[in-house]
Write a protein that binds this ligand. Structure first.
Ligand SMILES: *Cc1c(COP(=O)(O)O)cnc(C)c1O
Length: 387
């Protein structure tokens, strides 16, 4: 049998023959979404202040295991603010994985800093701390400003590990190498709500964490994000900077910095509060779906699951297979999509995007191999629901 036909059969074994078109990841609204959003409209509290925002922030902080969470307009804004608050400035460099969604790098560029692309591990798809350690040994040295890239003369101001498809980065190794060099860690936990590393929730493992609640994430606010941190002072500054840096006063408009209008509206937070009620069930369904995919691909000759279902810690946001043959990827993708299975490749690697052509980078052999061979499979939680 053709490899694409075989893979299609295995996917259909898991997702069923109906519906004809199976989306990569569909949002679901089966709980209190309608009544919470209606409450905003009925009471007039639709904008960036309201009880749902406060409640949503408490729920995000609880999920991330942090003392604080500040709700913002999206995950990209969350990353940008988090990077600014660890001191990333124009002209600095920030280590980000080459294998990530473009928003991770955009947040760096929007500050006027330069993304510096790091290698992935084949088993996790996440940033490889061992390769990064060796790379920094080679290209960086300590100066009066902190860690400096000897080749560019720029300060390396932060590292942004990204928990790819929900699978946790090895944060123990990463934190150790970052601490040893005095570089701040900002977690891109956009895909990792409910994921854990060594039992501790992702998003609470760096100085600051960033979440996304975009429509394709495990739960959604329509659009939205959050910054998480255990540092109360940093949390206050996140809130201040994202609220136009307005000096608190009952009626005067005074601002002490060129702040941002990045706060999450109460309407979106209302949606998020209802979505949070479904999170525990959704995590269980995702785990069940990953186990079913693992069964379906157990004896496949042309592809294997990237993340093993028994691996503790992942929220299994997206399931993915790795093809044995890299030159079959586009053939398999086009056959699956033609058959209604909305399978997708990973992201185009960051260093290949034309606007990143002059950015510094490590050796990216593994990331390039993954880009050529990995295919993401339909992973909506309802696919893991028992019939
Ligand atoms: C979704 C996502 C973001 C950005 O979130 P938005 O809410 O879309 O701005 C950032 N990083 C990663 C890895 C993502 O998957």
């Amino acid at each position: 049998m053709d490899d694409a036909a075989d893979i299609l059969n295995r996917i259909r074994d898991v997702v069923g023959s109906e519906p004809k078109t199976v989306p990569l990841h569909a949002p679901e609204f089966n709980g209190n979404e309608w009544s919470f959003v209606k409450e905003c409209i009925d009471t007039g509290w639709v904008s960036s202040v309201g009880s749902f925002v406060d409640d949503f922030e408490r729920k995000v902080a609880a999920a991330a295991g942090t003392r604080n969470a500040v709700a913002v307009v999206n995950g990209t804004a969350a990353l940008e603010i988090a990077l600014r608050l660890v001191g990333v400035s124009p002209g600095d460099e920030v280590i980000v994985p080459a294998l990530t969604f473009v928003a991770t790098a955009n947040a760096v560029t929007h500050i006027g800093a330069v993304p510096h692309f790091a290698e992935a591990t084949a088993t996790t798809l996440c940033l490889d701390p061992i390769a990064l350690d060796a790379h920094l040994d080679q290209i960086a040295e300590h100066g009066p400003l902190g860690l400096v890239n000897r080749q560019t003369g720029r300060r390396i101001a932060a590292i942004v590990p990204m928990h790819a498809l929900g699978y946790p980065v090895n944060m123990e190794r990463l934190t150790e190498l970052a601490d040893r060099r005095g570089v701040a860690v900002v977690e891109d936990a956009a895909e990792a709500l409910g994921s854990r590393f060594q039992g501790r929730p992702c998003g609470g493992l760096g100085r600051l964490g960033a979440f996304s609640f975009n429509g394709n994430k495990i739960i959604t606010t329509g659009g939205g994000g959050a910054v998480t941190t255990n540092d109360d002072d940093l949390a206050k500054r996140v809130k201040h900077l994202t609220t136009t840096a307005k000096v608190p006063h009952p009626w005067a408009f005074d601002h002490d910095a060129p702040g941002y209008n990045y706060r999450l509206p109460n309407l979106n937070a209302a949606l998020g509060c209802a979505q949070f009620e479904a999170l525990p069930a959704r995590l269980a369904e995702k785990r069940a779906l990953a186990a079913r995919y693992a069964d379906a691909f157990a004896d496949c000759k042309t592809a294997e699951m990237v993340h093993k279902a028994e691996d503790a810690g992942s929220n299994f946001w997206l399931n993915a297979i790795r093809l044995n043959e890299p030159d079959r990827r586009d053939h398999v993708l086009s056959q699956l999509n033609e058959a209604g299975i909305q399978a997708r490749p990973l992201w185009r690697l960051m260093h290949r995007l034309p606007f990143h052509i002059s950015c510094p980078r490590a050796d990216l052999t593994v990331a390039e191999d993954l880009e050529a061979r990995v295919i993401c499979l339909p992973s909506s939680a309802q696919l893991g629901r028992s019939a």
